[in-house]
Design a protein around this ligand. Structure first.
Ligand code: S3P
Length: 454
């Protein structure tokens, strides 16, 4: 089992790229697989989660070549998937399982989706419910509606579904099922979540209607898809993942005098909440949009570190920073004053119970944290000390505490770090280079590249 050892960081001064966006990689492969021709996807994230999606679609009869780690040639199956013949392993990836559930509910065959021990504990009722309303038949064979998930393909009918939780996975699951349903499927969202599925449906020329309506003074978005459309094959470039960039942005933000430039990263405004949080905490952040390349905003983020202060993260901001909350909690411990995270009970059903994991590891480093049912209250500014910490098998917990270790006295050991490969292959190499290339005192301009060679 791999582990990661980290010491206090010298001053960071670097220019980096980050691997492709995880959410966009999953969706691009799925829509390209359903399309009517060949699609070349560049900038694909070759992390285990997205590879689980590729392997699932291959098992369902789609021809996908990977001439290099970040390039896929997908020969679209014209909506015609084939039975896999055996259970499909979604590994650690909730996105793979929940989005595929939507894609498979309306097929003419049965598929069983299985996952690793972490995914096998995650709730699937949230996708079973809307798909059942559409006429789907799904059986969760684990405890409390957990996987294995058996999807007995059925003819689906369109429905109107109000999301009970702000979740891009549920929204995307229902929209993908809607593509195979009779009639119109409408998803109503009252708190915006990441909108990559909608943007990619547009890009692949699948008609999608969007409406913003006022209901009792609250804005709701209504997304309607008509069953039967064929995605039009097109090439697509996937931007860098802002959720991967967030670890380095946080490291630079908390170090007075640090400077970091992240290039070619996705700046979709359903994902840039981390930049607002960093600004509120006192970092200087500049976002430069360079292109709206094929539907997603792409650009650079420049950040200068400073003395951070605590902030409150709650309500509608939570879905926008849902994957960044672990590193934000670490920043809370490094900042002066109190940082409050609330309305984030969803963190309890991620790859691990992230609220419990964050509280345990921050305390082990000397941080002062109060765990609440839906969040954390962190008293910042206590000196952190190195410790041996479990990753809880969760990639984002492992990476967040690797960054915490850069600010702690002594050595921090993160145990069981194989999980990092689910979302960020190359993270450890970049960390190594940050440590080697950044020099205390002077500020050279080392270049750290996490992008696989092109
Ligand atoms: C994702 C949505 C989020 C996020 C996950 C990826 C997606 O999950 O935490 O890492 O790609 O749709 P929820 O939809 O469950 O909030």
């Amino acid at each position: 089992m791999a582990s990661l050892r980290v010491r206090k960081a010298p001053r960071i001064s670097a220019e980096i790229r980050v691997p492709g966006d995880k959410s966009i990689s999953h969706r691009a492969v799925m829509l390209a697989s359903l399309s009517n021709g060949t699609c070349v996807l560049r900038g694909f994230l070759p992390g285990e989660d997205c590879l689980a999606t590729v392997n699932a679609l291959r098992a369902l009869g789609v021809d996908i070549e990977q001439p290099e780690p970040t390039t896929l040639i997908v020969r679209g199956a014209r909506r015609k998937l084939a039975p896999a013949g055996k259970p499909i392993d979604c590994g650690n990836s909730g996105t793979t399982m929940r989005l595929l559930a939507g894609l498979l509910a309306g097929q003419e065959f049965t598929t069983t989706l299985v996952g690793d021990p972490s995914l096998s504990r995650r709730p699937m009722r949230r996708v079973i419910e809307p798909l059942t309303l559409m006429g789907g038949r799904l059986l969760a064979h684990g405890e409390k509606d957990a996987p294995p998930l058996e999807i007995v393909g059925q003819p689906l009918r369109g429905t109107e579904y109000r999301l009970p939780i702000a979740s891009a996975q549920i929204k995307s699951c229902v929209l993908l099922a809607g593509l195979f349903a009779e009639g119109r499927t409408t998803v109503i969202e009252s708190a915006p979540s990441r909108d990559h599925t909608e943007r990619l449906l547009d890009y692949f020329l699948v008609p999608l209607q969007r409406e913003m309506v006022d209901v009792d003074g609250k804005r709701e978005s209504r997304l309607t898809i008509e069953g039967g459309a064929m995605p039009e094959s097109r090439d697509f470039n996937i931007p860098g993942d802002i959720s991967g960039a967030a670890f380095w942005l946080a490291a630079a933000a908390a170090q007075p005098g640090a400077h970091l430039l992240v290039k070619d990263v996705g700046l979709n405004d359903t994902r840039t909440g981390i930049l607002s949080v960093l600004l509120r905490m006192g970092a200087r952040v500049r976002e430069v949009v360079e292109s709206i390349d094929q539907i997603e905003r792409i650009g650079s983020i420049e950040i200068a570190g400073g003395e951070l202060r605590g902030t409150v993260i709650e309500g509608g901001e939570i879905p926008n920073v849902i994957d960044e909350l672990p590193i934000i909690a670490v920043l809370g411990a490094l900042a002066e004053g109190e940082t409050i995270i609330r309305d984030a009970a969803e963190l309890r059903v991620k790859e691990t119970d992230r609220l419990a994991a964050l509280a345990a590891n921050l305390r082990a480093m000397g941080g002062e944290v109060e765990e609440q049912p839906d969040g954390l209250v962190i008293q910042g500014g206590r000196p952190l000390k190195g410790a041996t910490l479990p990753s809880f098998g969760d990639h984002r917990i492992a990476m967040a505490f690797a960054i915490a270790g850069l600010f702690a006295s002594g050595e921090t050991v993160i145990e069981d770090t194989d999980c990092i490969a689910t979302s960020y292959p190359g993270f450890e190499e970049t960390l190594q280079r940050v440590l080697e290339l950044s020099v205390e005192g002077e500020a050279p301009t080392p270049v750290i590249s996490t992008a696989p060679p092109t």
